[in-house]
Design a protein around this ligand. Structure first.
Ligand code: UDX
Length: 443
């Protein structure tokens, strides 16, 4: 099929390339001309494993085209996907301006197109963007001659290509009268994905929009619960990693999203929890658990930060300099959005710490971010970042750090002190090597 993706970000670009990989002719449009210009020359604006390879091979094959002019591709498309960012505004409500503008452009151009050309213009718009429940309904009322389907995505940064090619489920949020046609449409779109019948889940549009928020809140809840358990473990001598093992073997719990650490970040969890809470408040529903998930997340980071502050105070080290390994919100991404590490940096700067920061993928962004901050130095090399520092802090569990040599680390540090925010090292081994080793939920 000829498919149009509007939005060339984390969702749109990945989805466009996966559709191209599965035999479709794809058009990918974004208003950001610089981004489109780079994509046309094979340079992606985001880092995802396999993305570069897919981009270059499908540009070569010619089955993906990038454009910043919607009108040039609109009437060639049989179906339109909206994968446009829906950030929160300052009040925590979702800002749908970009999506509104895109739909208004489509409507304006379609009207012109139908007046001037016989080409069949796409009338189906599939909303992949995360949007408050009821958004689809509002668009349907405002643009009655379009069909809006809500189909949220569940792509994780760092494994987005894999998740897109191997979805756990395809949610089809339809208006009842279109349900059968929509299922047929999705089956033809996803035909080459070889997805089993039972993974196509049909529901109404409001439930479909809710499903996205519910999935992220459930996942964030698991993380915050483990973080909350870890604080009790630190008081009673239990071990959070053994607790995780004990929980994960329960088939009803499973083993994912049970890693205690310094809290979750990223462009989705914090935003979606806040947005859903605002949405529910608008319905006069007070979401105590959702709010507790958010508060626990903040508390986990603060707790870790104050461990570092308290240690250096007790050791009577004035203006300590510490090294932070890992700034991105998770490994295998270059994304710093809502990264716990950056919150930790702010907390420590506030308490007159000097910081050396190293991250495998975010060096450029970090250099920009802290260019006017004299107390922060950004390094290209993990061990150089360690030289002359009073302690090492692990903030993101990059594999590069998991395979680092603790003996080597010790040589570079002024003192053998490690605060491990992601439990990547083992306490007995670190003690044996003579480290003062502090981690999460373990002795
Ligand atoms: C998430 C959802 O997983 C995805 O389905 C949705 O489409 C977008 O939001 P993402 O934000 O890319 O994906 O990252 P994810 O892997 O979910 O991790 C989110 C945060 O939770 C990260 O900061 C990660 O470090 C943290 N996390 C995750 C933990 O602290 N512990 C865990 O066990 C798992």
């Amino acid at each position: 099929m000829k498919i149009l993706l509007i939005g060339a970000g984390n969702i749109g670009l990945v989805t466009a390339l996966c559709f191209a990989e599965k035999g479709h002719q794809v058009f990918c449009v974004d208003i950001d001309q610089t981004k489109i210009g780079k994509l046309k020359s094979g340079v992606a604006s985001i880092f995802e494993p396999e993305l570069d390879f897919l981009l270059k091979s499908h540009l070569k094959l010619g089955n993906i085209q990038f454009s910043s002019q919607l009108e040039s591709v609109l009437n060639q498309s049989e179906v339109i996907f909206l994968a446009i960012g829906t950030p929160n505004d300052s009040t925590g409500q979702v800002d749908l301006t970009a999506v509104d503008n895109a739909v208004a452009d489509i409507a304006r151009l379609c009207t012109t197109a139908t007046n001037t050309s016989s080409a069949k213009v796409a009338k189906t718009i599939i909303i992949k963007s995360t949007a408050p429940p009821g958004t689809n309904k509002k668009f349907t009322e405002k643009y009655p001659n379009f069909k809006f389907i809500s189909s949220p995505e569940f792509l994780r940064e760092g494994s987005a290509i894999y998740d897109c090619l191997n979805p756990d489920r395809i949610i089809i949020g339809s208006h009842p009268e279109h349900a059968n046609d929509d299922l047929k449409l999705f089956k033809s779109i996803y035909e080459q994905f070889e997805i089993s019948e039972n993974k196509f889940i049909q529901m109404d549009t409001v439930t479909s929009e809710m499903t996205k928020y519910a999935a992220n809140i459930f996942l964030a809840a698991r993380v915050s619960l483990m973080n909350e358990f870890s604080r009790v473990c630190e008081r009673n001598g239990a071990d959070i990693e053994l607790l995780k093992k004990g929980l994960s073997l329960d088939h009803r719990i499973g083993n994912e999203f049970l890693n205690a650490g310094i809290g979750y970040g990223g462009s989705c969890f914090p935003k979606d929890l806040e947005a859903f809470n605002s949405y529910a408040t608008g319905l006069n529903e007070n979401l105590k658990i959702t709010n507790a998930i958010r508060k626990t997340n903040d508390l986990q980071l603060a707790n870790f930060g104050f461990k570092i502050v308290a240690y250096h105070k007790a050791a009577n080290i004035q203006n300590p300099t510490i090294c932070i390994w890992g700034a991105t919100f998770k490994p295998d991404t270059d994304d710093l959005r809502e990264a716990p590490a950056l919150k930790l940096v702010a907390l420590l700067l506030n308490r007159s710490f000097n910081l050396h920061i190293y991250d495998p993928k975010a060096e450029g962004a970090l250099t920009d971010l802290f260019k006017d901050q004299p107390n922060v130095k950004i390094f290209k090399n993990s061990y150089e970042a360690l030289d002359g520092t009073d302690a090492l802090v692990i903030a993101t569990e990059w594999n590069e750090f998991k395979s680092a040599n603790p003996t080597e680390i010790k040589k570079h540090l002024k003192a053998p002190v490690i605060f491990d925010g992601r439990n990547i090292f083992s306490p007995p081994q670190m003690r044996e090597l003579g480290f003062q080793y502090f981690s999460i939920g373990r002795q």
